[in-house]
Structures are given as structure tokens and as C-alpha cells.
Design a protein around this ligand. Structure first.
Ligand code: LMR
Ligand code: SF4
Length: 518
């Protein structure tokens, strides 16, 4: 079975490190539509650089491996039990090599299994078929965008859109609402898979199956094709933009599937996938395990243009689109209150000095314990990195931000208790944190979600680690930052870019209230 394991390993590495060609094309066209000088334009160019870095270094595109999910079709007679063992062993190896982050956590004890294996991990769906080869597909869908999946039960009353009935127009409203509610938290610009019908479980399954379709395919059902096109257009008018910074490009793909339902149920299930849409597949020889071909366009075939040629007209347009408040400021840690109070939403900061990672487990812990290091004037980075240890010590392999809103119940109290001056994350935080930033003198800095290679490069040294018992992603890593760039999106004067974009996008959503599909 050695060759089988090698082929599955190759599939995992390719999926984790090289964004497929169809997804790259979608990101490239999104980038062409966005004004390059704006925050959203800059975010897209960081994303582009990150995609290239991951491919070159054969390192994870995003630090979040997500839930590795395999869909496997085998000819009759292939031993699926053996194949399952092979998949598990390839997953273990890829985790050990730093191509996947250890991501499987015991839901009761919080213990990380360390090798991405455990009850329910990885997910493997087997199906038999009458072809003479094995078709193995893998998707690595991260936790932040998974949290933005949503299921509607029709009829429903939807914020901004009013009543959604049991018909195509009601479905249209659910999908638009799904895009709105994700804001930037699932690392927009995103791809959505929609399942109409089924039950609560199969509805979501159907939605996720849509993510295995190629981005530029055409739905064979005419009215669903029309619905997909409509959603692409209307969704991109909501103004949420890349990372929720506001902008022209919110959605990069929409795929809708349909299944029968029960008379009493009418579910519309939406699976939201971030821009880091990692899925690949291979054709495998059932007797030798050799890869006979790849199932999606290879990433390496579609170049990501880092610095496109600009015309003079473009440059003039960009100058106008520059955020007027966009000053560039260096922050050396520890940071003073005075310095923090001088920052405003829109400023771009470059952080130098030690920063500390902290996410779900640490925030909960710090509520009623002391911190292991002095956090006065410090920067907390919402990040669960991929780390590898060798003879020289720990190395940061991938380290993009995680969704900050999960820390909303704790963040304000922790900022005040420990004297923290800046929090880096993505997707923004809520009113409690905003109030604490104002009261204590703090800022929220938005980094570009998924740009794990880009930020890993700015984290030059690992000064230490605490709480390894929380597992690698949840431990508190003390990291030496050099030229770590982020944008102030919440300041100490009560301003929040996120609150503004949410309000404006809700107003836009309401303009789509009138029936379209009659
Ligand atoms: O767990 C993570 O690293 C990040 C997660 O995918 C997120 O988007 O918040
Ligand atoms: S951090 Fe963003 S890009 Fe990475 S998995 Fe989470 S949602 Fe996707």
C-alpha cells in the first residue's frame, strides 16, 4: 500500500499549499474589479502574494487546515477499509511535516490529538461506482468560514429582506442574506455552495458537494443557472468587500444544487468557503495506487499577477481611491497609551518587537488567572499558527489571523485587566471591545485572513511558548515581529470600520427586497 499512501500524501500537500487554477482565476478576476489603492485592493494583493509564497515554499496557504474531508469513488472490489487506513496514515505524515496544522480537538477535554486523527476526523465519504479508477477528492475548509455556514427553514422572516416564502424567490433571499451575515468574518471574498431541500443533514451535505464543482462550470438546471448568476451580481453589490473592508468584490463563486424534501420541511443550506478555497482531486489506479491525473486545473498553470502593469488612468483612479486617513505608523512594543490614542481607523501600522498569540483557550483562561508574562503595553495576536520544531528550536510555518469575534465575551475585560494596547485579528469585534478600547486606550488591528505565509515571514523568531497543554494552535506563543503590517479598523475614539460596513451592507441588502423570481 506504499504507493497509495504516497499518492494520498501528494494530494494533501497539493491541496494545502497550491490553490487550484479555477480558484486562482476567480481571485485574479476579483482583483481586476477592485480599486487597487483601497484597503480591499491592498488586501487582495496581499492574498495574491501569499498564494505565490505558499506554492513556492510548499507550505500551507492558510494556517487553518480545517476539517480534512475526502470524497472517494472506488470501483467495485476495492478494499475501502485499507484505503481508509492509507488516508489516515498520509494525514498523520502531512501533519508531522507541517503541511497540515494539528486540528483535531477533543470536544470534552479540549485536548488536541496532535496528528489530525480522532473521532470524526478526518471525514471520509466512500461511494462505489462502475468506472475502473479511484476518484479521490479532498477539501480543506477552515473553521472560520465553517462558522459562517447557515441554514434557513422556509418560510422565514429575514433581516432587511422581509418574508421569504417556499419558492425560488424565497431561496434567493436566503442566499443573499447568507452572504450579508458572513460579512468579512469568513475571509471574504468567498465562494458559496447552496443546497436546496434535503433534511438538516443532507441539506448541508448537498451545499458542501457544490464546492466540488469547478468555479466556472455552468449549472445544467436553467433556473439554478439564472439564480447563480443573479446571486453573483447582487452579492457583489452589498459592498462588504475583501475581509469586510468594503469594496466591489464580496463573492467569487456561487453554486446551487437541489434535492427533494419532505412536505413539512424546506431547508436552504449555505456552505461558506473563504477565498482560500483549497480543494483538489486525483484519479488513482486501483491496482498500483499511482496518480493517473489531477481533477482540477493545477495551481501552477494559472499565474497570480503580483504587480500588474498600470495605465496612467488606473494610477489616477487609485490615487483618488486611496483611503484619505491612511497614514503609515510604526508601533514598537511595548506601546504607550499616548501612541495608541493617536491612531485612527484607516491608519496602516507596522509592528516591531515581541507579540503574543492568544485565542479561545487563552482568553477563557486569562479571565480568572494571571498571565505568564507581563502584558502591559503588549500586542495580542488572535492566531493559531502551524509550528515545527527542529534542532534549532521552534519555527513559524504559517501564521495568519483567526476570527476575532469569538473572543468578544472576554476581550474587553482582558484588555483592561492586563494593560494590553493592541489586538490583531480579522473580521472585527463588537461593542464591548470597542468600549474597552475607548476606556483603556487600545486599538483593534485587522490583518488579512488566510495570508499565513505572508505573516509567517514577519515573525522572525520564537522567543518562547506557554500553555503547550492547550495544543499548538491554542498555546501562547511569544513571537518576535519585524515589519508586521495591519490596518487600524477599530480605534480608541469609538470608531469601527466593521460597524460601518455592516450598517451600509444591511441598507444595500434591503434594496433587494422586491421579488425577482416570480
Ligand atoms: O483556526 C484558525 O486558524 C482560523 C479560522 O479558520 C478562522 O477563520 O477563524
Ligand atoms: S483564516 Fe480565513 S482563509 Fe483561513 S481557513 Fe479561516 S476563513 Fe479560511
Amino acid at each position: 500500500m506504499h504507493q497509495f499512501e504516497e499518492s494520498v500524501y501528494q494530494l494533501i500537500v497539493e491541496t494545502s499549499t497550491n490553490l487550484p487554477g479555477d480558484v486562482r482565476r476567480a481571485v485574479n478576476s476579483g482583483r481586476a474589479l477592485e480599486n487597487q489603492g483601497t484597503r480591499a485592493g491592498l488586501a487582495l494583493s496581499t492574498i495574491t502574494q501569499n498564494i505565490n509564497m505558499a506554492e513556492e515554499q510548499i507550505s500551507p496557504i492558510c494556517q487553518d487546515t480545517g476539517m480534512p474531508t475526502f470524497v472517494v469513488h472506488t470501483p467495485v472490489g476495492v478494499n475501502q477499509i485499507e484505503l481508509k487506513k492509507v488516508i489516515k496514515s498520509a494525514i498523520q505524515r502531512a501533519t508531522k511535516d507541517g503541511k497540515l496544522r494539528p486540528n483535531s480537538v477533543d470536544s470534552l477535554t479540549g485536548e488536541n490529538s496532535g496528528d489530525n486523527l480522532g473521532p470524526g476526523t478526518p471525514v471520509i465519504h466512500f461511494e462505489q461506482w462502475e468506472e475502473d479508477y479511484i476518484d479521490m477528492r479532498l477539501i480543506l475548509k477552515g473553521g472560520g468560514c465553517e462558522n459562517k455556514n447557515i441554514q434557513y427553514s422556509l418560510p422565514a422572516e429575514l433581516e432587511g429582506l422581509g418574508r421569504a416564502g417556499r419558492d425560488l424567490d424565497g431561496i434567493r433571499k436566503c442566499i443573499l442574506h447568507a452572504v450579508y451575515q458572513a460579512q468579512g468574518q469568513g475571509c471574504s471574498a468567498g465562494f458559496i455552495g447552496v443546497g436546496i431541500g434535503g433534511d438538516r443533514t443532507t441539506g448541508y451535505e448537498l451545499a458542501k458537494q457544490q464546492l466540488f464543482r469547478e468555479v466556472d462550470d455552468v449549472n445544467p438546471i436553467a433556473e439554478l443557472d439564472q439564480l447563480e448568476r443573479y446571486i453573483m451580481e447582487a452579492g457583489n453589490q452589498l459592498g462588504i468587500g475583501t475581509m469586510g473592508f468594503g469594496g466591489e468584490v464580496t463573492l467569487l463563486g456561487c453554486k446551487v444544487g437541489v434535492a427533494n424534501r419532505l412536505p413539512a420541511s424546506f431547508f436552504v443550506s449555505v456552505a461558506y468557503n473563504c477565498w482560500a478555497f483549497r480543494r483538489q482531486g486525483v484519479k488513482m489506479d486501483p491496482s498500483t495506487g499511482e496518480i493517473g491525473g489531477w481533477l482540477y486545473p493545477a495551481g501552477s498553470e494559472v499565474a497570480m499577477e503580483e504587480f500588474p502593469q498600470k495605465t496612467e488612468a488606473d494610477a489616477a483612479g487609485e490615487a483618488q481611491a486611496q483611503p484619505s486617513e491612511g497614514r503609515e505608523i510604526v508601533l514598537q512594543t511595548p506601546i504607550s497609551e499616548e501612541k495608541i490614542r493617536s491612531l485612527r481607523v484607516g491608519d496602516v501600522v507596522t509592528i516591531k518587537g515581541e507579540i503574543h498569540t492568544g485565542r479561545d483557550a487563552l482568553h477563557k483562561y486569562l479571565m480568572d488567572h494571571d498571565a505568564p508574562v507581563d502584558l502591559n503595553g503588549s500586542v495580542i495576536y488572535h492566531c493559531g499558527p502551524v509550528m515545527l520544531k527542529n534542532d534549532q528550536g521552534w519555527r513559524v510555518m504559517a501564521a495568519g489571523p483567526t476570527t476575532s469575534i469569538r473572543e468578544e465575551p472576554y476581550q474587553g475585560d482582558i484588555i483592561k485587566k492586563f494593560g494590553i494596547r493592541a489586538v490583531i485579528g480579522k473580521g472585527g469585534m463588537g461593542p464591548r471591545t470597542l468600549a474597552a478600547l475607548q476606556e483603556h486606550g487600545g486599538v483593534y488591528l485587522n490583518a488579512i485572513g488566510g495570508a499565513a505565509q505572508y505573516y509567517a515571514k514577519c515573525l522572525k523568531k520564537v522567543n518562547g511558548v506557554d500553555f503547550m497543554e492547550f495544543g499548538i494552535p491554542e498555546a501562547m506563543w511569544h513571537l518576535q515581529a519585524e515589519d508586521f503590517q495591519a490596518i487600524v479598523t477599530m480605534d480608541s475614539h469609538g470608531n469601527s470600520l466593521h460597524a460601518g460596513v455592516e450598517k451600509e451592507s444591511l441598507e444595500k441588502l434591503a434594496t433587494f427586497k422586491e421579488a425577482v423570481f416570480k
